[in-house]
Structure formats: structure tokens, C-alpha cells
Ligand binder design. Structure first.
Ligand SMILES: Nc1ncnc2c1ncn2[C@@H]1O[C@H](COP(=O)(O)OP(=O)(O)O)[C@@H](O)[C@H]1O
Ligand SMILES: [Mg+2]
Length: 297
């Protein structure tokens, strides 16, 4: 692979966020990371989930698997930020800002930075969000999860106002605007699609469309409900790695899952994974053009 270079002087930052655990942030983070690596980009990961650190543990497992199986897999540079123990709030925020900035600086010459955040509000999570060029919010396909984005009147399915999380995203957008940065491209990704009836699906889609124009996000389809995701974590593998050589052969259903990842990468506005995998440099140029276009250059 040819030596990669940074696209516009700093990485494009993709933040995975919402204030609910278990909706697929870390799973999506690792799949996006490996998709970008396989396209020839240099990728860094930052795990801000101090308590669970799922993304960092996932990548630790990947490193261990490579050692045990004697195989080479694409690997990002990654760091984990831990919460400060400082007694008062302002020292804690100063510590965490410093740790965040130091990590971001170290990963600053890469092409992409994928940041995973915890499923609860914290200073670190807000800081991460304020640095997002792209924010991806995975959402399980249920009415309960819509609550994460807006307060909804039950009977009539009316949107009463933003949720705490949507307000937080709005505040981070203001923070970015004050710093003269381009707006966050907020993408809500419907994850674990399938298990609900067609009528509920339609209602959820209609509500999401309303929310999207009100809170300024785009809706994209994510991954179907697939048990394989659970089996991948202990080995640190993604659906993009599977093959005979790893003892996890690629099955027909996995091909559909790969298409979902590919569609997500495309929907985010990143270059097409398979085209870029076939010609990494071409993908890189497409990425540059996309970035230049979205930053108004
Ligand atoms: N599309 C999916 N199908 C099946 N299981 C999934 C899917 N997405 C995520 N999971 C599983 O759900 C659990 C929570 O996912 P995770 O990515 O850790 O969520 P979060 O980071 O938002 O807390 C994990 O066990 C993961 O394997
Ligand atoms: Mg997580």
C-alpha cells in the first residue's frame, strides 16, 4: 500500500454517540474503523468510555487474536482516555481536556479519527461530541429508543420537544460554530433492524423523518439483527475480516451484513469501500474531494 497522507491537515473525526448503552456504538465504531483501514486510510481510535472501554477492549482482543493465530490484520492506532480523579469539577475538566487534546494531537496526522463515547452524559462525552465532523447515533429500532432523541406524546405520536441528548448535540453545534468550525453532520442510524412488525416500522420511520427535519439530522439504515456480532468481540474481528484463514468462514448471510456496512460508509459520505479497496489511492482522492466539498473548500 502506498504511504498515506493526511487529507486536509487534520483527521476527519467520526464520533459514535448517544446516551443509551447497548445500541451499537462500539460495534459500529470498530466496523467503521476496519472498513476505513481496509480502504487504505490511516485510522486512529479514541475510547472515551472510561467505565466499559468496549472499543479499546475490542482492539486489545484483536491484537491478542493476531498473536495467537499468527495472522496480520489491519489495525488502528488507539488510545483510551480515563476519567480524572481530581476532587473538584474544574480541575477534573481541565485534566480531561488536557488528556483529550494530548491524545488528539498524537493522532492528529491520521486520515480519520473514530471516537467512541459512553452511554451516559459526561464531560468527556460532550467534549468528544464538540469535535465531531460526523456524529453517528445508532438507535435500536423501537419506540423506546426514539425517546433518546425527542419527547413524544404517546397517543398522537407528536413531537413535544428535544430530548436531553438532542439538546446536548445542539449545544455542541453551537460550541463548534463559536470556534468557526463547520457544522456537525449528524447521522441517526437505525440498528438491529427486523424484529418489529411492519406497522411499527412505518410509524418509527415517519417519526424519525419529522425529527430529522426538526433537529437537523439524516437517517440511515444500519445493521440487521445478527447473532454473529456477539461472537466477533472476543476475537476482535469484524464482518470485514471473516475468512477460512481465521477459522471463521464467510457465510452467505455475512455477505448481506457486509453490504450493510458498505451502505453505511457510503451514506456517511465516505468513499465506496469496495471501490476504494480495489484502488486505495483513488478512494483517498474521493475522500479528499468529499472533505473539501463539505468544508466548503
Ligand atoms: N446489529 C446487531 N445485531 C445483533 N447484536 C448487536 C447488533 N449491534 C450490536 N449488537 C450487540 O449489542 C451489544 C451492545 O452493543 P455495543 O456496540 O457494545 O453498544 P454500545 O456501545 O452502544 O453500548 C453487543 O453485545 C453487540 O454485540
Ligand atoms: Mg460502547
Amino acid at each position: 500500500m502506498t504511504a498515506p497522507r493526511a487529507m486536509v491537515g487534520r483527521p476527519h473525526v467520526i464520533v459514535l454517540g448517544n446516551e443509551k448503552g447497548g445500541s451499537g456504538k462500539s460495534t459500529t465504531a470498530v466496523h467503521l474503523t476496519v472498513a476505513l483501514l481496509r480502504m487504505g486510510y490511516r485510522v486512529g481510535c479514541l475510547d472515551l468510555d472510561a467505565r466499559q472501554a468496549t472499543l479499546a477492549r475490542y482492539l486489545d482482543n484483536r491484537r491478542q487474536f493476531m498473536r495467537d493465530a499468527g495472522v496480520e490484520l489491519p489495525m488502528p492506532v488507539y488510545q483510551r482516555i480515563v476519567r480524572s480523579n481530581a476532587a473538584d469539577r474544574s480541575s477534573m475538566e481541565a485534566d480531561e481536556t488536557q488528556a483529550f487534546e494530548a491524545a488528539k494531537g498524537e493522532l492528529g496526522t491520521l486520515d480519520y479519527l473514530v471516537i467512541d463515547t459512553p452511554g451516559s452524559d459526561s464531560f468527556l462525552s460532550r467534549l468528544g461530541h464538540s469535535h465531531a465532523d460526523t456524529l453517528v447515533t445508532p438507535l435500536n429500532d423501537s419506540f423506546l429508543d426514539l425517546d433518546l432523541l425527542a419527547r413524544i406524546e404517546g397517543e398522537k405520536n407528536e413531537i413535544l420537544g428535544p430530548s436531553i441528548y438532542s439538546q446536548m448535540v445542539w449545544e455542541q453545534r453551537q460550541r463548534r460554530a463559536a470556534r468557526g468550525r463547520r457544522p456537525i453532520d449528524w447521522i441517526v442510524m437505525r440498528n438491529r433492524l427486523s424484529h418489529i412488525d411492519a406497522r411499527s416500522k412505518r410509524q418509527i420511520a415517519a417519526l424519525l423523518t419529522k425529527m430529522a427535519s426538526r433537529f437537523h439530522f439524516r437517517v440511515v439504515a444500519g445493521f440487521g439483527e445478527r447473532v454473529i456480532f456477539r461472537d466477533l468481540f472476543p476475537r476482535g474481528l469484524t464482518l470485514l475480516d471473516l475468512g477460512e484463514a481465521l477459522g471463521m468462514p464467510l457465510k452467505f448471510s455475512h455477505l448481506a451484513a457486509r453490504q450493510e456496512i458498505r451502505a453505511l460508509v457510503r451514506a456517511i459520505g465516505l468513499p465506496d469501500p469496495e471501490e476504494a479497496m480495489a484502488a486505495p489511492n483513488q478512494g483517498r482522492e474521493t475522500g479528499e474531494a468529499l472533505q473539501a466539498a463539505s468544508s466548503g473548500q
